[in-house]
Design a protein around this ligand. Structure first.
Ligand SMILES: [Zn+2]
Length: 356
């Protein structure tokens, strides 16, 4: 897709003048790998340049645990990620950990890059809802019950690299955890839950839940993506879905996708997801939640650079291209501003505690 200069400039202007948010990045885990590999300041060296290029204001960093760390090593691995992320934030004055609306306001006023901590799966607490208090005290402000696996709380849907249906909803302890999360003030994320689990969250949640990184199942059939009915439910209760840029969730023919003249993949398909999501939910309920993975994978394997395999947009620096493509395809500017970040900022203002 050829993007005209006019729309590129317009997208740059939008990114510079309104908050830009990504609600899913496995940042904490990647920083752990990079420090182990001997890198000194990966948040500054790897991420600051691309966040600035894309004019990002707010990143939701997941704490994601790998299968081999579970069950016994899960808590220690989670704590290591949290500690490392906080150390890196402290080391770099351009960043600010966001624990409250007060922090969020400061971040936007002073043009810092805010980071919200959240758990991608709560395997590290086992089935004990009381332990959530400890995570809350550490600054964790949201969680999904599980990643794409069965744990003591819920069943995930299949992994993005596979596509089959998994049935079975929340365990009794899973319901307790949702209630305790909401009592504390954490947001609930339904990305990675299976359809039965989504239904259970709908029945239980009393505050707006969201999907940090999920696309439209209608546009690309995958159990990781949301059905139109699920999206309507999500929107009706005040939630938002973040557009995922992971190629297998964007395109049903991921293997056949090649970079276009902009050097990115599936730009039109990404737009089709956003447009469909807007059609079903309205522009107030769509955001960005890219789930960039290549840099994480490279760090894990101690490889140089990126694998250029999973991420349609390669990195945060290319996100204005997507914004430009949406404008060029006819989405109005007001809707685009909401999608790039205003919606999620409003959501977090509602969900975060007023002060830390
Ligand atoms: Zn994920």
């Amino acid at each position: 897709m050829k993007i005209e200069t006019y729309y590129k400039a317009k997208a740059e202007e939008i990114h510079k003048t309104c908050p830009v948010v990504d609600t899913h990045l496995d940042l904490a885990g990647e920083l752990v790998f990079r420090l182990r590999n001997g890198e000194e300041n990966p948040l500054r060296d790897i991420y600051l340049p691309v966040f600035r290029k894309g004019s990002f204001d707010l990143i939701v960093s997941s704490v994601y645990l790998q299968n081999h760390e579970l069950p016994e090593g899960g808590l220690r691995a989670a704590l290591e990620q949290i500690v490392v992320l906080k150390e890196q934030i402290r080391k770099n004055p351009e960043f600010l950990e966001i624990r409250s609306v007060e922090d969020l306001d400061r971040c936007l006023e002073e043009h810092l890059i805010g980071i919200i901590l959240y758990m991608e799966g709560l395997d590290c607490i086992g089935s004990d809802a009381r332990l959530l208090t400890a995570l809350w005290e550490l600054g964790v402000r949201g969680a999904s019950l599980t990643w794409s696996r069965r744990n003591l709380l819920a069943s995930g849907c299949c992994k993005a690299s596979e596509c089959y249906e998994i049935r079975g909803g929340l365990s009794p302890e899973g319901f307790d955890v949702v209630r305790e999360m909401e009592r504390l003030g954490m947001f609930v994320d339904v990305s990675h839950l299976n359809d039965d689990g989504f239904e259970n969250i709908r029945e239980t949640a009393i505050r707006p839940f969201m999907a940090t990184h999920s696309n439209s199942r209608e546009v690309a059939f995958h159990y990781r993506n949301l059905t139109d009915t699920q999206m309507q439910i999500l929107a009706d209760q005040g939630g938002i879905a973040g557009l995922n840029g992971y190629v297998r969730l964007v395109s049903e023919t991921a293997e056949e996708e090649y970079p276009d003249e902009n050097g990115v993949y599936c730009l039109e398909k990404l737009c089709m997801h956003v447009e469909h999501m807007v059609e079903v939910m309205g522009p107030e309920h769509v955001g960005y939640g890219f789930d960039f993975c290549d840099s994480y994978t490279a760090a894990e394997r101690m490889a140089e650079g990126q694998s250029h395999y999973a991420d349609c947009l390669l990195n945060h620096g290319n996100v204005p291209l997507l914004t430009a493509a949406l404008l060029q395809r006819g989405m109005d500017e007001e809707a685009v501003r909401k999608i790039v970040g205003e919606n999620f900022v409003q959501y977090f203002r509602k969900m975060l505690p007023k002060t830390s």
